[in-house]
Ligand binder design. Structure first.
Ligand code: FA5
Length: 342
C-alpha cells in the first residue's frame, strides 16, 4: 500500500511539473483527485487493509490528498499570475488615438424656465414659499371651496394615496396654508410639481410644474392683478408678447380668468401645439374668494387678494418653441443638450 501511495504522489507531481496552463493543471487535478482517480480508489481499498493498520494508512491517504490539492493550487496560482503579467506587458497605449469626447451637463430646460420665472417674481417683491406634494384633501380642495361632491373636482383628475390624502393637483394647495400662518400683507410665490390623472398629450402630462402667486393686502384690486400679470409676462416673453385674458371659473376665485399667449410656434396661425386655435393657455388667475380668505383666518371685509397658478412647461413651450411637452421627460440627450447655451 505504501509503495502505491508513493507512486501516485510521484506521478502526480511529475504531471504537475509538465502542466503549462491553468486548464492543464485542472486536468491533472481531475485525473488524480477526481471521483474515478487513484486517490479515491485508495480510499475504497482501505476497507481491505487489516484493521490494526487501517488508521495509519487512512492518515497517509489523507495526507496524500491534501498534498496533491495544495500543489495543484500553488501551480495554478503561479500560472495565473504569470499569465496576468504577460497580458499587462503585451498592452500598450496608442497615444495617437483621439480622446473620448465628454459632454458638459446643463440645467434641464424646465428647471431653467422655473428659475427664470422665480427670478422675475422675486425681483417684483414676491418671496418663495414651499408646499407639500403629498397633500390632504382639505388643503387641495375643501379649503378652496371644492366641497366633496362639487362637480369642479372633475376638472382636476386626482391621484389618491389614501381616502383623504392625494398628490396635489395644483400649487393652489399653499393658499390656505400660508394664510393660516402669515398675517397680511402676504406676497408669496409657491413653485413646485403637481400631478393629475390625465391622458398624456402634447399639452398635458401626468406630472408638471406650476408657480402659484398670491398677493393679499388691503385694497388689492383686479386691475392690480392685470397690471402685475402684464408686467411679469413681458419680462418673461418680451415687450411684444400678445396675451388674451378670458373669463373662467375656479371655485376659489371670484372673478376668475384664464390667460392665453399667442402661439409662438405658428405665430397664431394654428398648429398641433395650440390645437389650431393660435393660442396656448398658460395660467389661471383671479381674485381670492371671500370664503377662502375666511378659511385661512383672514377677514374678507378688511382684506382682498389675487392669485394665479401658471404652467411652467407651457411657458417653456412658448419661449423655446417646443411643440410637445412629452419631450421634456423622455430624457433624450439629443433634445436636452440643445439647451446648453440657453
Ligand atoms: C389651476 O391649476 C389653478 N390652481 C390655477 C389658479 C390659481 C387659478 C390661482 C386661480 C387662482 P388649471 O387647471 O387651469 O388651473 O392649471 C393652470 C395651468 O397649469 C394651466 O394653464 C396649464 O398651463 C398648466 N397645466 C394644467 N394641467 C396641466 C397638465 N396636465 N400638464 C401640463 N400643464 C398643465
Amino acid at each position: 500500500m505504501q509503495q502505491h501511495i508513493d507512486a501516485i504522489r510521484e506521478s502526480c507531481l511529475q504531471e504537475l511539473e509538465k502542466a503549462s496552463t491553468a486548464a492543464a493543471v485542472e486536468a491533472v487535478r481531475v485525473s488524480f483527485l477526481g471521483r474515478k482517480g487513484p486517490v479515491q480508489v485508495l480510499m475504497k481499498d482501505l476497507r481491505d487493509v487489516p484493521a490494526e493498520q487501517r488508521p495509519q494508512v487512512g492518515k497517509e491517504i489523507n495526507a496524500l490528498r491534501d498534498l496533491l490539492e495544495s500543489r495543484c493550487d500553488e501551480v495554478l496560482e503561479r500560472l495565473r499570475s504569470a499569465e496576468a503579467q504577460h497580458q499587462i506587458a503585451g498592452e500598450s497605449i496608442d497615444v495617437s488615438l483621439p480622446g473620448r469626447r465628454r459632454y458638459r451637463g446643463c440645467q434641464h430646460i424646465v428647471t431653467k424656465m422655473m428659475d427664470d420665472i422665480i427670478d422675475v417674481l422675486v425681483a417684483m417683491g414676491f418671496s418663495i414659499q414651499d408646499g407639500p406634494e403629498i397633500e390632504t384633501d382639505y388643503y387641495n380642495f375643501e379649503a378652496l371651496n371644492f366641497p366633496k361632491d362639487h362637480p369642479a373636482r372633475d376638472m382636476q383628475d386626482t391621484f389618491y394615496v389614501a381616502p383623504d390624502v392625494l398628490l396635489r393637483t395644483h400649487t393652489s394647495n399653499v393658499q390656505v396654508r400660508v394664510m393660516e400662518t402669515t398675517k397680511p400683507p402676504i406676497r408669496i410665490i409657491a413653485p413646485g410639481r403637481c400631478y393629475r390623472n390625465e391622458a398624456v398629450s402634447a399639452r398635458h402630462h401626468v406630472f408638471f410644474h406650476q408657480v402659484e402667486a398670491i398677493y393679499i393686502d388691503k385694497n388689492v384690486s383686479f386691475s392690480q392683478l392685470l397690471s402685475t400679470l402684464d408686467e411679469f409676462l413681458q419680462h418673461i416673453f418680451g415687450r411684444d408678447v400678445v396675451t388674451r385674458y378670458r373669463p373662467s371659473y375656479f371655485p376659489f376665485v371670484e372673478p376668475g380668468m384664464e390667460v392665453d399667449i399667442r402661439c409662438s410656434l405658428c405665430h397664431g396661425k394654428g398648429c398641433t401645439m395650440c390645437k389650431g386655435s393660435g393660442w396656448l393657455e398658460v395660467l389661471g388667475a383671479g381674485m381670492v374668494h371671500p370664503d377662502v380668505l375666511r378659511n385661512g383666518g383672514i377677514d374678507p371685509e378688511v382684506y382682498s387678494g389675487f392669485a394665479w397658478g401658471l404652467g411652467v412647461e407651457r411657458f417653456a413651450n412658448l419661449k423655446y418653441y417646443i411643440n410637445d411637452l412629452r419631450l421634456y421627460w423622455d430624457n433624450d440627450i439629443r433634445f436636452l443638450k440643445q439647451f446648453q447655451s440657453v
